[in-house]
Design a binder for this molecule. Structure first.
Ligand SMILES: CC(C)(COP(=O)(O)OP(=O)(O)OC[C@H]1O[C@@H](n2cnc3c(N)ncnc32)[C@H](O)[C@@H]1OP(=O)(O)O)[C@@H](O)C(=O)NCCC(=O)NCCS
Length: 289
């Protein structure tokens, strides 16, 4: 048994302290938490873990903890610095089971391309793709200037979405790419999953990969994943009305225009009208019949 402890803080609160060495086994951790809740007045156990301590966070998730936000500079960090803390809480009534799925990015085939998980070594390609003028123009929320730190922040956000079960992003690669079969050509993903019924897809491609259906092939594969694996009934895709290349991608993937949201798209030049598209699962009844 490890030296994990539950420290009574009084007033129905306790803090889980984990050893700095090897982590406890999940079964042992559950046993420790169940024993702590044998105290009739204990309502909540909190845990503070370095945000990038993914193995520890995964263990706590498996034991039933929910992520309840971040505390900036909360923990002593490496080299005498400070580290942000992920805050997990477990309430008396919570089962000692994962509160939602922790997603893992599968490798997908996409019309001769491959969708794979992102890696730290992709940072230079992400910087080039996101610092590009067209990406900057159409994706107004992308940081400007786009630095390696911005790419690392984005990678961490994508990892957070996996941990929260709310979205998934892939790097697109071409195994036949003479400049490197593992070189990221772009990004594609789904997000904003609503009640398991629908989700949105989004993408960008590196400027040296544009115009050869990288975005269309990758998006088609993600749409198939959304229908077949997530089980959604509808997929949404949005583009600024003037973003012709993106609208061509959306239309090539079989989406139908259902409206225009005035000032719905945030571009670098400000808010502009947004074209709204969706595509229904093949099993959905046709609304027009
Ligand atoms: C939109 C984007 C992802 C398209 O990537 P891509 O890999 O070149 O896309 P594809 O090759 O699959 O398809 C592009 C389609 O748009 C057309 N296209 C490309 N650039 C175009 C342009 N400037 N004007 C008009 N059409 C254009 C292509 O001819 C192709 O149409 P086709 O299939 O009918 O021939 C890419 O241009 C990009 O990253 N743009 C900046 C970021 C962005 O806008 N993301 C989407 C936000 S909603």
């Amino acid at each position: 048994m490890s030296t994990a402890t539950v420290l009574d803080l009084g007033s129905g609160r306790a803090e889980l302290r984990l050893p700095s060495g090897p982590l406890p086994a999940l079964a042992d951790l559950r046993e420790l938490l169940a024993a702590a809740f044998a105290a009739p007045d204990l309502q909540c156990v909190a845990a503070y873990v370095a945000v990038d301590a993914w193995e520890v966070r995964h263990l706590l998730h498996a034991a039933g903890f929910s992520g309840d936000g971040m505390l900036r500079d909360w923990l002593p960090g490496p080299d005498g610095g400070r580290s942000d803390a992920w805050v997990g809480t477990l309430l008396r009534e919570d089962p000692l089971e994962p509160p939602h799925p922790w997603l893992v990015v599968p490798e997908l085939e996409a019309g001769g391309l491959v969708l794979r998980p992102w890696r730290e070594s992709d940072v230079p390609r992400i910087v080039e793709g996101c610092a590009d003028a067209e990406t900057q123009r159409w994706l107004g929320q992308v940081p400007s200037p786009y630095t390696p730190d911005a790419a690392r922040t984005w990678l961490r956000q994508t990892a957070e979405r996996l941990a929260a079960g709310t979205g998934m992003n892939w790097a697109v690669v071409d195994p036949a790419d003479e400049q490197g079969p593992d070189r990221a050509l772009g990004s594609v993903g789904w997000f904003d999953l609503t009640e398991g019924v629908d989700c949105e897809v989004g993408y960008w491609t590196h400027p040296d990969a544009r115009g050869r259906r990288v975005a269309a092939r990758a998006t088609e594969a993600v749409v198939a994943y959304a229908f077949d694996t997530l089980g959604v009934r509808r997929v949404r895709a949005f583009a600024a009305v003037g973003n012709t290349a993106s609208r061509r991608v959306i239309e090539a993937c079989g989406f139908e225009l259902y409206g225009v949201e005035r000032l719905g798209a945030w571009t670098r030049a400000g808010h502009v009208d947004m074209a709204l598209y969706d595509r229904m699962a093949a099993s959905e009844p046709d609304a027009t019949s």
